[in-house]
Design a binder for this molecule. Structure first.
Ligand SMILES: Nc1ncnc2c1ncn2[C@@H]1O[C@H](COP(=O)(O)OP(=O)(O)O)[C@@H](O)[C@H]1O
Ligand SMILES: O=P(O)(O)OC[C@H](O)CO
Length: 501
């Protein structure tokens, strides 16, 4: 085996940057993680300092290599995976961002989206991009920056600015400005990509008023993107894979066949169902996204995105102060009074799929004098499972009988056995937690490894997936449906005026 037989996965998430070194049998040899600050300049706005993101990525990547007892020469390739949609605009000459990154959770463009919707633009947007008019996606964030930063639009038109989602920005920095590219999975989150051709759509660029000169080149998910500037790691390393974090997790969970579903529970929750090489248009308010692009051939997924999952647990900890650590939430929920029916609808930043209500805000129902932190903790954990049920119902309605009845789960929140059991109960379906919990990073390493000739093909990789624990449903059907009906009622009461049915 040649010396350079390891893979470095850079996983740039919403709350932290992580880096992992894998050996060719997908074992983690080294890991490093660094949180970075979130900035909330106005209610509903969320920003990141892109320089801070860059610093934490470089620091954790170097530390992961060191912690593995390796050096740059041992790394065959880097795979990048990232929080998607988050928008950075930078100056091509200096490489400096012209503003903080606008994060996927940010709602500042809700009005702009509502206006486009009122103008009747949504059917064309959906047919072209597979997405909906929601502030979640990049296009209206780019337009906001171009319109609000003095001189930005003129500079963009003159080709002096570059746009990128986080993958693109990191690629630019790692290659010292030599490569301005993205992969098809990330590009499919911008509202600017034609889902079927994998190219930027002139109609969408016109609709959102985005100058083509700022856009990165769209490439395959696995392939040579460039090599790192030797100063980054002491020697140049090839960057051979890029994928949005949810698409990376879909691969890391070995969901390669149509009908297979994974759900990732981090800050938000993202359920993706592989639909093979056909983009399936949802009739149930899900979105259609590119799962991979390999050798120019695209595969697709149906996706349901929930904005608040683990973030509800963070709210218990940081907002309410009712727990000191996320891991305490499960035990507290277990101790809650079964007779109290408290429901939390965590619409802290609006509601994502299948409601897409940017104006809704969170609500709690069923409070009594007897309600304590335990019932609040249970309601927060339950809300994550109940929202997943909404997504799975929509997927089954779109995909029919071929939908897998088993849900593969990953992400920080799957550490909570209580939540996973409740999830199986409320879905009425088994929930499988794999042994390798780092599925997002593993997916990024898989794509890089595919291009570097390590890791074998998809089938070999799929055979290496192994189960940690299956949570089987235990709740009676009557109880499950009673609780789900209570949730549906609570959501109706939370939706903003005009969105209620
Ligand atoms: N034992 C636990 N019980 C419930 N929630 C948890 C637990 N451990 C972690 N979490 C939640 O999981 C999230 C972190 O997951 P992670 O996959 O690292 O997220 P991200 O990639 O979005 O930063 C946090 O929101 C945290 O509150
Ligand atoms: O950083 P995460 O894991 O919360 O994922 C963010 C998603 O990619 C947003 O679409």
């Amino acid at each position: 085996m040649s010396r350079a037989a390891h893979l470095l996965a850079i996983d740039q998430g919403t709350t932290s940057s992580r880096a992992l070194v894998f050996d060719p049998s997908a074992r983690v040899l080294g890991l490093a993680q660094a949180e970075f600050p979130q900035s909330y300049p106005h209610p509903g706005w969320v920003e990141h300092d892109a320089e801070e993101i860059w610093r934490t990525v470089l620091k954790t990547a170097r530390a992961a290599i060191r912690n593995a007892g390796l050096e740059a020469a041992d790394i065959a390739a880097i795979g990048i995976t990232n929080q998607r949609e988050t928008t950075v605009l930078w100056d091509r000459a200096t490489g400096r961002p012209i503003h903080n990154a606008i994060v996927w959770q940010d709602r500042r463009t809700a009005e702009a989206c509502a206006r486009l919707r009122a103008d009747g633009a949504e059917p064309l947007v959906s047919a072209t991009t597979g997405l909906l008019l929601d502030p979640y996606f990049s296009a209206t964030k780019i337009a906001w920056l171009l319109d609000r930063i003095p001189g930005a639009r003129a500079q963009a038109e003159a080709g002096r600015l570059a746009f990128g989602t986080i993958d693109s920005f990191l690629l630019w920095r790692l290659t010292s400005g030599a490569v301005h590219a993205t992969d098809a999975t990330n590009a499919s989150r911008t509202l600017l990509l034609d889902l079927r051709t994998g190219t930027w759509s002139p109609e969408m660029l016109r609709l959102f008023r985005i100058p083509e000169a700022i856009l990165p080149e769209v490439r395959d998910t696995a392939g040579l993107f460039g090599v790192t500037e030797p100063r980054c790691f002491g020697a140049a390393i090839a960057i051979r894979g890029i994928a949005g974090d949810q698409q990376a997790a879909l691969a890391g969970q070995a969901c390669f066949s149509p009908g297979m579903v994974k759900s990732t529970y981090g800050t938000g929750c993202f359920a993706l169902m592989h639909t093979g090489d056909v983009p399936v248009a949802s009739s149930n308010r899900l979105i259609t996204t590119i799962a991979t692009q390999l050798g120019g051939r695209r595969t697709y997924a149906l996706e349901g995105a929930i904005f608040i999952a683990g973030a509800a647990v963070q709210w218990l900890r940081d907002g309410l102060g009712v727990i000191a650590h996320a891991a305490e939430a499960g035990a507290l929920a277990e101790a809650a009074d079964p007779a109290q029916e408290v429901t939390l609808v965590p619409a802290f930043v609006g509601l994502g799929a299948p409601y897409w209500d940017a104006e809704a805000r969170g609500a709690i129902f069923g409070l009594t004098r007897g309600t304590t932190r335990a019932e609040l903790a249970r309601a927060a954990l339950e809300s994550v499972a109940l929202q997943t049920r909404d997504l799975i119902e929509a997927m089954r309605a779109d995909w029919g009988a071929g939908a897998d009845t088993v849900l593969r789960v990953d992400g920080g929140m799957t550490a909570s056995d209580w939540t996973m059991q409740f999830l199986a109960d409320i879905l009425g379906a088994p929930v499988d937690r794999p042994r390798v919990q780092e599925t997002t990073a593993l997916g990024a390493a898989f794509f890089a490894g595919l291009s570097a000739g390590l890791f074998g093909d998809q089938d070999a990789f799929a055979r290496s997936w192994s189960l940690d624990r299956r949570f089987a449903p235990r709740m009676s059907e009557a109880e499950r449906e009673r609780r789900y009906a209570r949730w549906r009622d609570a959501v109706q009461r939370t939706l903003s005026r005009g969105m209620r049915v």
